[in-house]
Design a protein around this ligand. Structure first.
Ligand SMILES: [Zn+2]
Length: 469
């Protein structure tokens, strides 16, 4: 006698079969878009154009049936246009904003093992500038919106896609411009952005991070001036030597350990998946109300990321001095880049730099004004959806809230009143971070998992509560 299959179960099986059938074509689509994006140079150089990438993505959306009026390419500079597209829903709830930046950090051919602007797949990896930061996410968003459109999905809120310029620097930050000039186009109940995502180590999946806060970016300029003179007649007081000696002292500066609600939770949860019992014990020890400083020191020495989560960091990033080979230097300057814990002002950080340099002849000034960054409250709907999806797609992986050690566009959205969460299902090895660096890459398997993760996440966050996902 045939077993009676409950209708609900049957429907679920059918839905799973449809999902399976669709994910194959969506993978090829996403890969093609990803390749196209990586091969469009979007650096902030004369060779780069974000507009070109925005136009290319707009063309895909229009071809998929998005009305032209809902796909806009706009911006303050001819080379720095942003894409803003709207997938119309029933309007039962306020929109969800999907944000990814199109621009990438400059990459020089001679610094890489191959052409950074040629997409390549090799030994299970996708290589190219922007593969991890942030063109994987951008192409996943575009491919998924097209897939949803093809499936006839009707969200209960508008889905807004914004692919933006100058996240990595440059004069025309897309998010800032959109918040200021076209708030109506991107206004949303909350946003999903880069900055979070799955972590793994040697192939083992560990945590899925939800970024809800980020550190504050502030550069400082160090300068020594001197009257100079002929280099055949050197004197002891030399601008280059003075600055170099100050920098050597600065290299020993370490800011105090300070945890907040999000980083404390990060270490407490990470301890559950840490393989090494000693490191796990140290994580639990720093997660206490009064953190164990010896444990913090051990964690800091072990991983730069853990160190950066626990304290403000400052590091010298640029150096220049002198004006001729045969002249005593009249000036020597250095840039020190600080990543400041949220809630801390740059001025006390400057005071600490001055103290560490221990030379009144080295002037320390702020470059630009830091953007303060307000953490986003951890929403139950967002956290719940990420927990559910992580459990079903990556069993054993723990969801942890994090504070980004770097800065993203989430900052400008949060400051503009749109709560923003860094969420990503594309896992990356925490010992192999290549964003901004040489031979940037993303695992092929991880890229496709991330694609499916975002597809399900968007559906979960834009379907009436209680409906099958
Ligand atoms: Zn990025």
């Amino acid at each position: 006698m045939p077993q009676r299959v409950p209708v609900v179960l049957l429907a679920a099986c059918l839905a799973a079969a449809v999902t399976q059938a669709q994910s194959g074509p969506n993978q090829s689509r996403a890969r093609a878009i990803y390749k196209e994006l990586v091969e469009i140079n979007t650096t902030d150089t004369p060779a780069g154009s974000v507009t070109k990438a925005a136009e290319a993505m707009a063309a895909h959306l229009r071809a998929a049936g998005f009305p032209a009026a809902d796909v806009q390419v706009l911006g303050p500079d001819p080379r720095k246009h942003n894409l803003v597209a709207r997938y119309r829903g029933t309007g039962a709830r306020r929109p969800l904003l999907l944000l990814a930046h199109l621009d990438v950090v400059e990459a020089r051919r001679e610094d890489w093992s191959f052409d950074p602007f040629m997409f390549r797949e090799e030994d299970g990896w996708f290589y190219g500038r922007g593969t991890s930061d942030d063109k994987a996410m951008a192409s996943q968003f575009v491919a998924n919106l097209i897939r949803l459109k093809e499936e006839g999905f009707v969200p209960d809120r508008d889905l807004i896609l914004a692919l933006t310029a100058d996240e990595e620097g440059g004069e025309f930050n897309g998010v800032t411009w959109l918040v200021r000039e076209h708030r109506d186009l991107i206004d949303a109940e909350f946003a999903i952005n880069e900055g979070g995502g799955g972590t793994m180590r040697r192939g083992k999946y560990l945590t899925n991070e939800v970024q809800a806060s980020e550190k504050i970016y502030q550069d400082f300029r160090l300068e020594v001036t001197n009257s100079g003179g002929h280099s055949s007649l050197p004197i002891k007081d030399n601008a280059i030597y003075r600055l170099a000696q100050g920098l050597a002292r600065l290299s020993a500066l370490e800011f105090p350990v300070e945890l907040n609600e999000i980083t404390r939770e990060y270490f407490a949860r990470s301890a559950m998946v840490e393989n090494d019992p000693a490191a796990a014990a140290d994580m639990r020890a720093v997660a206490r109300t009064a953190p164990d400083l010896a444990a913090a020191a051990r964690l800091s020495a072990r991983l730069p990321y853990w160190n950066a989560m626990m304290r403000t960091t400052c590091v010298a990033t640029r150096l220049s001095g002198g004006h001729a080979n045969n002249a005593l230097p009249q000036a020597a300057t250095a840039t020190v880049n600080c990543r400041i814990l949220p809630g801390t002002d740059p001025e006390p950080v400057r005071t600490r730099l001055v103290g560490a340099l221990a030379d009144p002849g080295i002037a320390v000034s702020l470059i630009g004004t830091a953007n303060q960054s307000k953490p986003s409250a951890l929403r139950a709907d967002v956290m719940g959806a990420v927990e559910d999806l992580t459990k079903s797609m990556f069993p054993g992986v723990i969801v942890v809230p994090v504070m980004s050690t770097g800065a993203t566009d989430g900052l400008f959205l949060r400051n503009g009143g749109i709560p923003t969460y860094g969420i990503d299902g594309t896992f990356a090895d925490i010992d192999d971070i290549r964003a901004h660096g040489k031979d940037e890459r993303v695992g092929v398997k991880q890229f496709y998992e991330g694609l499916e993760f975002h597809y399900r996440l968007i559906k979960a966050l834009s379907s009436p509560v209680g409906s099958p996902r």
